[in-house]
Design a protein around this ligand. Sequence first.
Ligand code: P6P
Length: 329
Amino acid sequence: MNKETLIGSSIGTTLDRFINAKQSEFPFATGELSQLLRDIALAGKIINLEINKSGLLDITGAIGTTNVQGEAQQKLDVIANVRFIRALRNGGQVCAIVSEEDDEIVEINKNSNYVVAMDPLDGSSNIDVNVSIGTIFSIYRRISPIGEHVTKEDVLQNGDKQVAAGYILYGSSTMMVYTTGHGVNGFTHEPSLGEFVLSHDNIKSPETGTIYSVNEGSYYSFEPGVRNYIEYCKEQRYSARYIGSLVSDFHRNMFKGGVYIYPRTDKSLNGKLRLVYECNALAFIAEQSGGMATDGERRIMELDPLELHQRSQLFIGSKEMVKKVMSFL
Ligand code: P6P
């Protein structure tokens, strides 16, 4: 990149500056959403610090409790949940939070405008073995009047109602990737600055690819169409890449071209991933970057959630690859 291009490029802009610049693109923007995005980034920075030294502190491993899914809660799951709830409470923009780690809606401030649905630390069983993990978040505007208690309809909105969504990937570098419906941008954490800095602007996903991500250990419990698609991938000599951390698999496939599949199995009759705080956010990012996300029949973002922790099948990634999977179902 030559000097003029480098100077003219927006690469290197801090997240704060980027949010401020983009806010001016939103007529009548009051700055509340901007502040909320900053609050999420702040929580991500704090969690990043803790993850990076988790092997040295007694914060890895399970804590002996299970979440509403019946899954063993990891210490960092609970720490991340507390960090996010505290950052969003202090930020003042959030009326309620839906979290994988809380059975019920967490009411924050009934005088605030936004709802956040999040998985504070997805893939957390990977923490102990130093595999990358991620935070996933969706942001909605509340439906009920400000000043009243939050209702279920505030938090059970379909994905098309998201005003913003994204993830923080704690990987070889820590990145925050988000959309407000005007494209997808990626920010890399610069530790010496303590800032997220724009590193990937206007991310576009390849229309197709040669990577498929699925847990083939469940092969014999998949429906025939899914098994036939996996056979198709092998015939095409595609690459099987499955980290066991949804954000990492999704992020790689968005850049390189690929499809991530989590279908129903005999153990997860409706699929394993959660619609409200995992599938919807990544579906928004996928569509905004030119990809696609379905439950095998319908767009993920059209599905009307009926309960907080509802699960869904997930077929997400490069548009032509998702269409190809669906042609087998
Ligand atoms: P399995 C992690 O628990 C997670 O929610 C996703 O991050 C990941 O892709 C998937 O589940 C892994 O599930 O059943 O293949 O181990």
